[in-house]
Design a protein around this ligand. Structure first.
Ligand code: ADP
Length: 297
């Protein structure tokens, strides 16, 4: 059994239903990744790491993790803050828009509750995964603690996985994101970006340019997603290409990349090769995008 920890923010997702009511669920990129990984690879020990508060929504969030059979050992429930919330609205043309209330969410404080004992427990895991959103929500002083923790995990031999998931509004400008991402690329054993991340942040989008950009970071395994287009993986310098069969009835692409990441990482840790792992991950993402919301039934 492998042990995987995924760190980040889970939020209360409110979704307008046709009858004027609100559907309530829980979602957030690394949480979604953890859920889909555990659903397919039930034998692995998968933990979601975050901080929650003392309120009933926080309790329900922890219960949602338990309901998905995630290990809650790395969830601190010490904050006085509440979870973040986002509201998904769909207009008459089917266009979705998102409103967020997350500036003071408990998850932002996660590093304040990570002591040396917690780091020692993390050092015994096989893979630690985080995203650009996981770093963006941290206060500057907590980022120092975060990178120190990542350094200790690497020294202990824990593999590091990262998806940039660039969200401009969470950063104080692109330069801040670039500086933090450079640290994440340097630390990464497995990098799972989307072409969009590179297009938005560095204005590059061809495979050649992205591979050239990543070369100095010496990343062992780079998996490049591009929506319904091909997935490429460069493992130890060897390039693999897998074609994607586009889904004709896309309902909601939320969580496509997250579910892909979860299933890909679970597959690789379970010993599958790159091609089989991409095929399984793409098949899972294709199911997810045919359902509304981040977490499919
Ligand atoms: P992200 O959410 O990180 O931007 P992508 O949009 O690149 O992720 O999608 C991740 C994966 O989801 C793709 O590699 C592909 O396997 C699957 N996917 C996304 N959109 C489609 C689609 N229209 N048809 C089939 N598969 C899709």
């Amino acid at each position: 059994m492998q042990k995987i920890v995924l760190m980040g923010e889970c939020m209360l997702e409110l979704r307008q239903a046709k009858d004027g009511l609100m559907n309530q669920s829980f979602a957030g990129d690394t949480f979604n990744t953890a859920v889909y990984m555990k659903r397919i690879f039930a034998q692995q020990d998968i933990a979601f790491m975050t901080d929650v508060g003392q309120d009933t929504i926080s309790q329900q969030m922890v219960e949602a993790c338990s309901a998905e059979h995630l290990n809650n050992q790395h969830i601190s429930a010490k904050s006085d803050s509440n979870p973040g919330i986002y509201l998904v609205q769909t207009d008459e043309q089917g266009e979705r828009s998102f409103l967020y209330w997350r500036d003071s969410s408990a998850a932002k404080q996660v590093m304040q509750y990570v002591d040396q004992t917690a780091i020692e427990a993390l050092c015994k895991t096989d893979l630690f995964f985080f995203s650009g959103i996981s770093i963006a929500i941290l206060e500057p002083q907590d980022r120092i603690a975060f990178w120190s923790m990542i350094g200790q995990l690497k020294e202990a031999g824990v593999k590091i996985g990262f998806d940039p998931n660039y969200r401009p509004r969470l950063w104080n400008g692109p330069d801040e994101a670039k500086a933090e991402f450079a640290k994440a690329y340097s630390a990464s054993d497995i990098l799972l970006p989307g072409v969009d991340d590179f297009k938005q942040l560095y204005n590059i989008e061809t495979l050649e340019d992205i591979l050239a950009f990543c070369t100095p970071f010496d990343i062992k395994e780079l998996v490049l997603k591009n929506g319904p287009e091909s997935v490429y993986c460069q493992l130890d310098g060897q390039l693999t290409h897998v074609a994607i069969t586009p889904v004709s009835q896309v309902v909601d692409t939320t969580s496509a990349g997250d579910s892909f990441n979860g299933v890909y990482l679970g597959a690789r840790l379970s010993g599958l090769n790159v091609t089989s792992s991409i095929e399984l991950a793409a098949a899972s993402a294709a199911i997810v995008i045919q359902h509304p919301g981040a977490i499919a039934p």
